[in-house]
Design a protein around this ligand. Structure first.
Ligand SMILES: [Zn+2]
Length: 98
């Protein structure tokens, strides 16, 4: 495999692997609090202690991955573009049981 073939083949493989990761695990750990939901402090004796509540993830410790966020936005756009309008004029005059 030449370096050019590797340069062509590697980005799609990485993209597919990231897509599978986003499909299998859409939530990742918060990068600010590393999944704890709060900051870590130490007390005067040097022991670890719970710190402030994480404002970035609101204490959940999880965040939505960028790929999943993009997928959700694309799905929402597709749904909004293809959904039937919910207007009274679009309703059928006869109900389905007649
Ligand atoms: Zn956080």
């Amino acid at each position: 495999m030449t370096p050019l073939e590797a340069a062509i083949a590697i980005p799609p493989i990485v993209t597919v692997c990231y897509g599978l990761l986003c499909a299998g695990s859409p939530l990742g750990n918060c990068r600010k609090c590393r999944g704890f939901g709060f900051a870590m402090k130490t007390d005067r004796k040097g022991r670890p202690k719970r710190g402030k509540h994480c404002r970035r993830c609101d204490g959940h410790g999880k965040r939505i991955r960028i790929g999943r966020r993009l997928f959700n936005a694309a799905r929402r756009t597709w749904h909004d573009a293809t959904a039937e309008p919910r207007t009274p004029a679009a309703r059928k005059d006869t109900p389905p049981w007649r």
